[in-house]
Write a protein that binds this ligand. Structure first.
Ligand SMILES: *Cc1c(COP(=O)(O)O)cnc(C)c1O
Length: 396
């Protein structure tokens, strides 16, 4: 342990030793705190994916550096918001952009924008939507838990199934048409047609594509097709701050969304605050994400899936299958199933035992069959640990 005197002695000797020694000393001094162990919350192995309950993805190192760098200065928040929005819009080739505190916040702010426009009275009054647009149309198969963020704005969600139903439900109270990107295969109205209906009737279309990159194309396609608003998570595949996201789209709507949040106090979105760290961190993450070698990532994620599969499929009675979910979390996964007659362990029991072990391991929370492992959040060496732990439990 460093006592105060020897610390001061070392400090006083620094100028004599020159810059190299000073750097070595600086690197040693602030011993890294192991906060997680001190708190009794040791890190887990994430074989599940980018889940908010498991803290999303890990921020890229350059994002952490950017956060650290901007944290040392004051700026006028709105000026930074403008500049970051402009840069993100240029990167993605869309009209305008902003950083909300996640895709969920983006849903609230985007909806608020469609209801209030730039009307200051409306902005102060929602979720009381008396005299304003107050209905949102959505395909029945596109309902999802996060549509609560849309309902927060005091609107009524109206479910439709066919094009005809959608068109006849549009009326002067319609604020927007809501689309869930990953639900496209489930709905009768596909993206192109949905956007076209919105344009034809002069009603904004809003796409939640929160968890759908990689691949980048899942973001580029709705942008190209001309959705008026798109919400994306920052802390999933893009690996920015978990409390950040992207709201992309029409200039007037992004401007109105900005009016509905911090630093403006009397607004529905004041609690969706982002500070300079999230804004710049999000921008840096997006830059890296767009430049990344996505094919190389896929190869590495596949290598991990193979490593686990090779070990487990050699166990008598065990079957493995690689799969890639359609649209959301479109990355390599492994499904592991076994003969109940030979191995008397249920998938839930296996998952519980993995959770109870050290280090604790999480797999996909609600597997369709057997247990499912996502390889993209695993850190170096962890695929092998997961494989050996599962094998030990299946052969016990
Ligand atoms: C994760 C997710 C959200 C919420 O995103 P945050 O960035 O955590 O706010 C919204 N919609 C869908 C479809 C999601 O998967």
């Amino acid at each position: 342990m460093t006592d105060r005197r020897s610390f001061l002695q070392r400090l006083s000797s620094v100028p004599l030793l020159g810059p190299l020694a000073a750097r070595t000393l600086a690197a040693k001094e602030p011993a890294e705190h192991d906060f997680l162990r001190e708190l009794g919350v040791p890190p887990i192995i994430n074989g599940a994916g980018a889940y908010t309950m498991m803290t999303g993805s890990l921020m890229r190192p350059e994002v952490v550096r950017a956060i650290e760098s901007v944290s040392r200065h004051f700026v006028r928040l709105d000026e930074l918001h403008d500049a970051v929005g402009k840069r993100i819009a240029a990167l993605l080739g869309c009209e305008a952009a902003m950083v909300p505190s996640g895709a969920a916040a983006g849903l609230t702010l985007g909806t608020a924008a469609c209801i209030t426009g730039s009307n200051p009275d409306f902005i102060q009054r929602i979720p009381d939507t008396t005299g304003m647009k107050s209905e949102v149309l959505v395909q029945k198969t596109h309902r999802f838990p996060y549509d609560h963020m849309v309902r927060n704005c005091g609107i009524r969600l109206i479910e439709v199934e066919t094009r005809q139903e959608l068109e006849s439900a549009i009326n002067p109270r319609t604020a927007l048409l809501l689309f869930l990107n990953k639900a496209e295969p489930l709905g009768r109205i596909k993206m192109e047609e949905f956007v076209q209906i919105g344009k034809q009737h002069g009603v904004p279309t809003f796409n939640d594509a929160a968890a759908d990159v990689p691949p980048v194309e899942n973001l580029m396609r709705p942008l190209r097709l001309g959705f008026d608003l798109i919400a994306v998570s920052g802390g999933k595949g893009i690996r920015g701050p978990q409390s950040a996201g992207l709201l992309l789209g029409r200039r007037d709507l992004i401007a109105a969304a900005r009016m509905n949040t911090a630093p403006n106090s009397d607004t529905i979105g004041r609690s969706c605050k982002v500070n300079k760290e999230e804004m710049v961190g999000m921008m840096v993450a997006l830059e890296s994400f767009l430049k990344e070698d996505h094919a190389a990532n896929m190869r590495e994620w596949d290598r991990r899936v193979r490593a686990i599969s090779d070990l487990l499929s050699a166990v008598p009675g065990v079957r493995t299958e690689r799969f890639v979910p359609p649209i959301a979390n479109q990355v390599p996964h492994l499904r592991v199933e076994w003969d109940a007659a030979r191995i008397p362990l249920t998938p839930a029991q296996l998952m519980q035992k993995l959770r109870a072990g050290t280090p604790s391991i999480e797999l996909v929370p609600e597997p369709e069959r057997g247990v499912e492992i996502a390889s993209w959040m695993l850190q170096p060496g962890e695929a092998e640990i997961v494989a050996h732990r599962i094998r030990a439990l299946l052969t016990a």
